[in-house]
Structure formats: C-alpha cells, structure tokens
Design a protein around this ligand. Structure first.
Ligand SMILES: [Zn+2]
Length: 320
C-alpha cells in the first residue's frame, strides 16, 4: 500500500471532505485499513509526501446544525489528529514543526456557515480549536450569503458582512470557492487581507458555476490571494470526461494570467463520486506533477505543489 517517498515535490492540498464522510458513516475510520470509501488516507498522504492537507467541515444543507459542526470537530480530533503522522496546524510554527518532522499538517476549515446559525461566539470557540479557513456558503443561500447555485445570485447579507470582518479580526482565511460572483466582489470590497478560492477552476476553459472568471482570477492574483485547482471532473471539462492533461490546462491558464505565484491545489477528494481519469487519491497526484514538469520549470512546479500555499499560510496564520 505504502509507496516509497522519493519525489522532490511534496504536496499541499487545500480541500478534502474526509470529515464529511466520517460524519455520514460512523463506522469509517481514518487509517490505512479503512475500506475503499476513503480517498485521503494517512498512507496515501505519506506516499504523496503531503506537507499539509486541509480538512473541511461540511454538512448537507438539510443536516446543517451547530451539533453537526461540533461533531465534525470531534471527529477531526478523535480520528484524524489522533493519527501519529498528523499534526494540527494552528500557526506558522506548526508548519515548520510538521515539515521538520516528516509529519502531515492538518488544517481545519469550514465549508458553508449554515450550521453556525449566525453565532459569532461559536466562531471564536472554533478558532480556539484550530479553525483557520471559512467559506461563507456551499452552493445555496444561507444567513450570510448566496452560494453559486442560488437562483437570485445575491451577495452578502448585512450579518454576512459583519461575519467576514470578524473572521478577518480573528485571522481566519476567507474562502470564496462556492460564493456567487456578486458575493465575491462584495467580499473583495469589504476585506483588507488576501482571500482564497480553495477548490475552483477557470471558467474560460470550463463554464461551470463553480469556476472563476478571468476577472476573478486576476483579482485574486492582484491581492496575492490563492487559487486551488480542483479535480472535480465537471469543473475540469464540461462533459466530465476529464484527464490529468485537462487539469494541467487549467493550471496553465491561471499561470498565463500571471498567477504562477498564486496557484495551489485543492483536490476535493472524498467530496466527489466521479474522478478525473487516473486521479483518484493523493498518491495519484504524482502523475499530475510529472505532467507539470513537462511544461513548467522546476521552480514553478515547486511553487504550485507546495511553496505558494506554505508562503501564504505563513503570512496569514498567527506567528505562534
Ligand atoms: Zn466544495
């Protein structure tokens, strides 16, 4: 199962949904003996030389509640961080500790604030437990903002605007991957710190609602935010018959817009039921790295696979 670690291109991945699977299926565990229902396992992270993996708290809109969020945090500690190869990332020093000790950093994020129910106290407690990135919405509307598939295509609510400011005050990274375009621009007007799209591709190549327009990509580049290229087949190619070369095209497109220093990876493993051909789990990302090396200088590949994300986190996370 475990593959030898030999590549000089360690990985950072900014989005997976393991916690959602663990929440939905109590019998599952985060280990190498789990059945094939889990994409992101400790062994595959090690095989991919993962420096850092972001774990998103996500619940379906029907099940969104404060209890579901607390349960997800509990699973993160009880099943993921209990693994001796994982190390909680709260601050910049934690990243150095993980890298120096051959551990995989685990960053906690929240995808959609529906379950928070507008409770800023709970946000502050989640921050104390390690929450370091928040996307306001999943695909639909909630108390804070409208998601990309909401028919009215609104932006942020008044309370959503206050919430964004509280995230900035705390030092929580804002993630616009599921936000409407209107919400994107309203958030951009409101914040002082750079924000990210953790798992979205280029609309110019694949016109899916979850992808970013060139103007959005350029805006993220201009503020030195980050764009995590994702492996969701329907965000890669309109017909969903996506190959690793199609993923590479999105990376090339963003790099062509000037984003070589802002690109990163956001797989969405464990949040997808269909896969880009032969890209099914973290260890497979090595194949994408090999394709990147055919078209980019080694330094650019290093930047996209890990250095851009690490540089951003060291700037944005608390110093200690
Ligand atoms: Zn998502």
């Amino acid at each position: 199962m475990r593959e030898p670690a030999s590549s000089p291109y360690p990985l950072v991945d900014f989005h997976c949904d393991v916690l959602w699977k663990l929440l939905e299926h109590e019998e599952l565990s985060f280990d190498d003996h789990s059945d094939s229902r889990i994409d992101v396992t400790p062994g595959r992270l090690q095989a991919s030389q993962a420096i850092l993996q972001t774990f998103a708290i996500y619940t379906s809109p029907q099940k969104a509640s404060q209890a579901a969020i607390w349960k997800s945090v509990d699973l993160f500690y009880d099943k993921v961080l209990s693994n001796p190869r994982m190390h909680l990332i709260r601050d910049a020093a934690d990243i150095d500790h993980a890298m120096n000790n051959g551990l995989t950093g685990a960053l906690l994020s929240l995808e959609g604030v529906d379950g928070l129910q507008g409770d800023f106290t709970m946000l502050r407690l989640l921050y104390r437990l390690g929450l370091r990135a928040v996307g306001l919405t999943w695909n639909h509307a909630n108390w804070a903002a409208d998601g990309v598939l909401e028919p009215r295509q609104g932006g942020l609510t008044a309370k959503g605007g206050q919430f964004v400011e509280e995230c900035e005050r705390l030092g929580i990274i804002l993630d616009v991957s599921h936000l409407t375009e209107r919400g994107f621009w309203e958030l951009a007007d409101r914040v002082k710190r750079p924000f990210i799209a953790s798992h979205s591709n280029a609309k110019a190549l694949c016109p899916h609602a979850r992808n970013l327009t060139d103007d959005q990509i350029k805006a993220l580049i201009a503020i030195d935010g980050r764009i995590g290229i994702t492996y969701v087949p329907y965000f890669v190619r309109e017909d969903g018959k996506a190959t690793i070369i199609d993923v590479l095209r999105h990376i090339e497109h963003v790099a062509g817009l000037g984003g070589a220093k802002q690109l990163m990876l956001g797989s969405d493993f464990d949040g997808i039921e269909q896969y880009v051909q032969s890209l099914r789990h973290p260890a497979d990302v090595r194949k994408l790295v090999n394709e990147m090396l055919k078209v980019f200088p080694e330094q650019v590949v290093t930047d996209i696979t890990s250095a851009n994300a690490i540089r951003f986190l060291k700037q944005q996370l608390p110093a200690k």
